[in-house]
Design a protein around this ligand. Structure first.
Ligand code: RM4
Ligand code: MN
Ligand code: MN
Length: 429
């Protein structure tokens, strides 16, 4: 049997806790790979120190629901060690932060993460070195919401939905969060079922009330999605629907882009640029998809698209716009914490590559109409192996250069599987 090209499997390439055939050094912060990269970047005129500084400032929020059991409508596969309550989910998020150094907050979903005393959850998070981030109201599971929540034809159901939004604003206050992140399952399944415009007006009324109740400094993020669970129309179907509603609500209402929530051929980097130019991009839900809202590991399907999105996002950083970068994934068959760590690494790499784009040369190529010259400037950055730089960054932040290996070696999962073997694991519902 022949070995794959360029690799020898004589055992010398094995790292403890890492699968067979992995090259050593790619996630190492010391050694030749890093030095070669730095030399190469310096020769290309890259200011490596400032790239390092930007990388160290990257922040990514992980979702509490990404640590619990999830699945599809066909089934849910439980995994050993899965948290049983919001406190344990926060502990897992804190472990991801310890290993990567860039995930200091965790998003919560209410009622999935409802606890008796939210100040206790906040204290628990702080004791673990993290904070609570976006608060996500859940307006899609209760039976009253069959025809929608804030768009429901019955005012009593809209009242209930609005009260939940108000409750979540209160929760945000208790946990020290300044982000109310909204996704609505509202929509219809059949043509003629309800009036598009009336539903939109109902939503605007409910959201205006919630918006008015937000304290200073709190932001409302409005996520859109073209279909599912509604199959004929969704009340916030695309970026235009979210943007125009935000414009009606006020400056603290911003659009949230979830990478899984577009029709298949939509140019997401273009949407990002446009929303940034309108100063209305407020949040991101990172994940990846092949077909629908698959919630797979970000960068696993289309890493080039992710890079191009970051190329646009850099403009936001230059203008100082606040964007909350969050992961929104469900790890159905893959180990959850390892999946989260890999996602973070993929985001660090995409960001690092975007930072390497030679902006001056790009502007010049664009001005002179050098179509492929401009394109190749992006390709050059994308083709750079930035893993040693990202590894160095994690180490500098107190995390681990190779966080997946460190996670496996730590025995955390085995300990949790033992500690959490009694009781009911957290999951949807
Ligand atoms: C939705 C959407 C929301 C998330 C729920 C669980 O499709 O992406 O952001 O909160 O799933
Ligand atoms: Mn989402
Ligand atoms: Mn989604």
């Amino acid at each position: 049997m022949s070995s794959s090209a360029g690799y020898r499997d004589d055992g010398s390439s094995r790292l403890p806790g890492v699968g067979v055939g992995r090259r050593a050094g790619l996630e190492s912060d010391s050694g030749a790979a890093y030095d070669v990269l730095v030399d190469d970047l310096a020769a290309r005129g890259v200011d490596v120190a400032s790239v390092g500084e930007r990388l160290r400032a990257q922040r990514l929020e992980t979702p509490s629901w990404g640590y619990g059991n999830t699945g599809t409508r066909f089934g849910v596969f439980p995994q050993p060690g899965v948290p049983r309550d919001p406190f344990e989910k926060v502990s897992d998020a804190a472990e991801v932060h310890r290993l990567t150094g860039v995930c200091p907050t965790v998003a919560i979903h209410i009622p999935w993460d409802r606890v008796q005393d939210f100040s206790e959850l906040k204290e628990h998070a702080e004791s673990q070195g993290v904070g609570i981030g976006a608060v996500n109201p859940n307006l899609f599971q209760e039976h009253e919401y069959r025809l929608g929540s804030v768009c429901h034809p019955d005012p009593a159901v809209r009242r209930k939905a609005t009260d939940h939004l108000l409750e979540c604003i209160g929760v945000a206050g208790e946990v020290g969060s300044y982000v109310l992140s909204l996704w609505f399952a509202d929509g219809t399944n059949y043509a003629g079922q309800d009036s598009f415009v009336e539903r939109r007006h109902r939503m605007l009324d409910c959201l205006s009330e919630a918006y008015g109740a937000m304290p200073d400094g709190m932001r409302m993020l409005l996520e859109y999605k073209p279909y599912e669970p509604a199959f004929y129309h969704t009340d916030l179907a695309d970026w235009g629907a979210s943007l125009t509603l935000c414009q009606r609500l006020g400056d603290q209402a911003r659009v949230l882009v979830d990478l899984g929530h577009h029709a298949k051929e939509v140019n997401i980097e273009y949407v990002v640029a446009l929303l940034l130019d309108e100063e209305r991009l407020g949040g991101f839900h990172f994940n990846n998809r092949k077909y629908g809202d698959d919630d797979l590991i970000v960068g696993s399907v289309n890493p080039f698209e992710l890079f191009l999105i970051y190329v646009e996002l850099l403009a936001a950083e230059d203008s100082g716009v606040q964007i909350d970068y969050m992961l929104d994934q469900t790890h159905n068959i893959e180990p959850k914490m390892e999946a989260m760590i890999l996602s973070v690494m993929n985001l660090q790499e995409a960001y690092a590559k975007a930072l390497l784009v030679n902006r001056g040369a790009l502007t010049e190529a664009r001005r002179s109409g050098d179509v492929l010259g401009a394109h190749r400037i992006l390709l050059d950055a994308y083709a750079t192996d930035v893993r040693p730089l990202c590894a160095r960054t994690r180490g500098e932040l107190g995390g681990s250069p190779d966080p997946i290996a460190a996670f496996k070696e730590s025995g955390y999962l085995e300990r949790m599987a033992e500690e959490r073997k009694e009781g009911v694991q957290a999951g949807w519902g």
